[in-house]
Design a protein around this ligand. Structure first.
Ligand SMILES: Nc1nc2c(c(=O)[nH]1)N[C@H]1C(S)=C(S)[C@@H](COP(=O)(O)OP(=O)(O)OC[C@H]3O[C@@H](n4cnc5c(=O)[nH]c(N)nc54)[C@H](O)[C@@H]3O)O[C@H]1N2
Ligand SMILES: Nc1nc2c(c(=O)[nH]1)N[C@H]1C(S)=C(S)[C@@H](COP(=O)(O)OP(=O)(O)OC[C@H]3O[C@@H](n4cnc5c(=O)[nH]c(N)nc54)[C@H](O)[C@@H]3O)O[C@H]1N2
Ligand SMILES: [Mo]
Length: 554
């Protein structure tokens, strides 16, 4: 969001999901740092469908994910070198006159400075930095530069680095240079991960904005909400999670209310997280299960799951959709909004909501981009914001004819190094992420018989050369150490990862990847470097403590 708000004026997926499968001969897809078939399988399948119909596929990923095996060009870059690679591709596009000059003249600014900045990114030099043949960089650039329509998709391989914002700007620069915005089958498309992360951001669940991305520092915006709610609002942005943790450590933050989040397994450097949460005077956790974080809480409030309540989710293409209660809440658990409304009442604000629809009606009254949505209208498959009035059909594609900020902005970039490069003590790079059967910290999916059966335990990917060097066998246990902590995991010896890279998930509490990761973060967005930290590995002898759950292994 930090990156795209700068260049385009709006930080969400620019195009619609349905356009992907419709791509065909002459079109190209560029998938960067996104294991789409495992993490967004519906869109992953659409990408494979586009490929089958004749669209070209460029994949930029250090690991041999499914999509890489199907790509026309797979760029197996060294982790953390995306700015260099994407800038070198832009350089080829400009040098070989493949840039869209009409688009650049009519709809963008800053091109000249950007073009001059590309002098630092000759493909031959980039090849060394990224660990790739220069010719592969050229081939990928030509495929995208010559395509009738090219669409860019990216996720956490791009953002979860100390250079995350720069990486996003590099993607945006490439889309602007090739004129691939504001039309079907194009766009800069960050695929949102959680079912309602888009909706949470739209509703101001960020430190610096109110609903609809109106800054808390904007007097007029604040006055509008103050009049509606009858309260005084702070003009200063709040804190990001890493800053909250530091403030807890320093004693300037005394109480925290966590809901729908399990930072004791999902935040980097969990030893630090535990220390900070224990330093608080008061911790409340509202979850549907007793998580590792809830175990530290003074008060645990049982929430009801998605299937037990009414409301809306906003998906990655900005589509607001209804969810409906299918079963009754269990025991004393309640929908989150009811718990919050009850708490408000106890704090002296009377309950104002009869049901979830009443909450929605307030939200659309206060949010111009959602003003035209009603529960009745949402019955027909949902609506994509902006949807300013009740006759408006919603907006499938952003930036048609004009960018949200007026002109699209090129941003010249310089390559910066990743977090914690390997050294003698910690000679390998750890990258973390997901496998398809499990969701995040496993609170939900590990309780599901079928999913737990499909992936009962961590299988950390390690290259055969590294396995041989450290005496690690396929299916055997290995110990991983970083400057922050250690973890034990079963090894999967595979060429899916390149030499020097170890990949593990953060799904398994007994093999906690975030005991190892670093809290070093992107300076603009505050997103941690989950995709790169330095580790050491060795064979582990803890076999009885972690019996093998795969009968055919170990
Ligand atoms: N099954 C399942 N699906 C999920 C989730 C889940 O937990 N389980 N979580 C959801 C959520 S919240 C999210 S955010 C998404 C995440 O979806 P993804 O971002 O697709 O998931 P990750 O496993 O984090 O994969 C990131 C990809 O980036 C690559 N990568 C790592 N470092 C680099 C790099 O330096 N450059 C490049 N170009 N690539 C790199 C990795 O090899 C990997 O293929 O998934 C969503 N969907
Ligand atoms: N090492 C590493 N760490 C990562 C990442 C990575 O790639 N690598 N990815 C990061 C990313 S992109 C993300 S999005 C985060 C995810 O981090 P988290 O959001 O902390 O992970 P989840 O396990 O999804 O936690 C969600 C919690 O909400 C609870 N819950 C589910 N439904 C409800 C509900 O309706 N109400 C309430 N009150 N609770 C509910 C679940 O039981 C669970 O405990 O992890 C981040 N951490
Ligand atoms: Mo995410």
């Amino acid at each position: 969001m930090a990156g795209l708000a700068t260049t385009l004026g709006s930080g969400s997926m620019t195009n619609a999901i349905g356009e992907i499968a419709a791509m065909g001969p002459g079109d190209a897809l560029c998938v960067i740092g996104s294991n789409t078939t495992e993490c967004h399988p519906v869109m992953g399948l659409a990408m494979l469908e586009a490929k089958r119909r004749g669209a070209a596929l460029v994949v930029i990923d250090p690991r041999e994910i499914d999509l890489a095996t199907r790509a026309d060009v797979w760029l197996r870059l060294t982790p953390g070198t995306d700015v260099t690679l994407l800038s070198a591709m832009a350089r080829v596009i400009v040098d070989e006159s493949l840039a869209d000059e009409d688009f650049i003249t009519a709809r963008t600014e800053g091109f000249e400075a950007f073009r001059q900045g590309l002098a630092a990114f000759a493909p031959e030099d980039a090849a060394g930095v990224c660990g790739l043949p220069a010719e592969a960089i050229r081939r990928a650039a030509r495929l995208l530069g010559k395509a009738a329509n090219a669409a860019f998709y990216y996720t956490m391989g791009v953002t979860q680095h100390v250079t995350g914002t720069d990486n996003v700007l590099a993607v945006s620069n490439l889309a602007l240079a090739t004129g691939n915005l504001g039309r079907p089958k194009t766009g800069v498309n960050p695929l949102r991960g959680q079912n309602n992360v888009q909706g949470s951001c739209d509703m101001g669940a960020l430190p610096n904005v109110l609903t609809g991305y109106r800054p808390v520092g904007d007097d007029a915006a604040r006055a509008f909400f103050e009049a509606a709610w009858g309260v005084k609002l702070p003009a200063e942005p709040g804190m990001t999670i890493p800053r909250m943790l530091d403030a807890a450590h320093h004693g300037t933050l005394r109480a925290v209310y966590v809901f729908g989040e399990n930072p004791m397994r999902s935040d980097p450097d969990v030893a630090h997280v535990a220390h900070c949460l224990k330093a608080l005077d008061f911790l409340v956790v509202q979850d549907i299960f007793l998580t590792e974080t809830a175990e530290l809480a003074d008060v645990v409030l049982p929430g009801a799951s998605f299937a037990e309540k009414d409301g809306t989710f906003t998906n990655t293409e900005r589509r607001v959709q209804r969810v409906r209660r299918a079963v009754d809440p269990i025991g004393h658990s309640r929908p989150d909004w009811m718990i919050l409304a009850e708490l408000l009442a106890r704090l002296g604000r009377p309950e104002r909501y009869a049901d979830a629809e009443a909450v929605f009606d307030e939200m659309r009254r206060l949010t111009p981009s959602h003003a035209g949505m009603t529960y009745a209208r949402l019955e027909r498959g949902g609506l994509q914001w902006p949807c300013p009035d009740e006759t408006h059909p919603g907006t499938p594609i952003l930036h048609v004819g004009r960018f949200a900020r007026g002109l699209g902005r090129f941003v010249p970039l310089a390559a910066r190094s990743r977090a914690e490069p390997p050294d003698d003590g910690y000679p390998l790079t750890l990258s973390t992420g997901r496998v398809s059967p499990h969701y995040h910290t496993g609170t939900m999916t590990r309780r599901c018989f079928g999913l737990a059966g499909a992936a009962p335990e961590e299988l950390a990917e390690v290259h055969p050369d590294d396995a041989a060097r450290y005496g690690i066998t396929d299916g055997g246990l290995m110990r991983l150490r970083s400057r922050r902590g250690e973890a034990t995991a079963r090894a999967r010896v595979t060429r899916r990862v390149p030499p020097g890279l170890v990949f593990m998930t953060f799904h398994f509490t007994e093999s906690p990847a975030n005991a190892l990761t670093t809290a070093e973060a992107d300076p603009v967005a505050g997103t941690p470097s989950f995709k790169a930290c330095a580790v050491a590995i060795e064979k582990s002898e803890e076999e009885e403590k972690m019996p093998c759950m795969f009968p055919h292994r170990g």
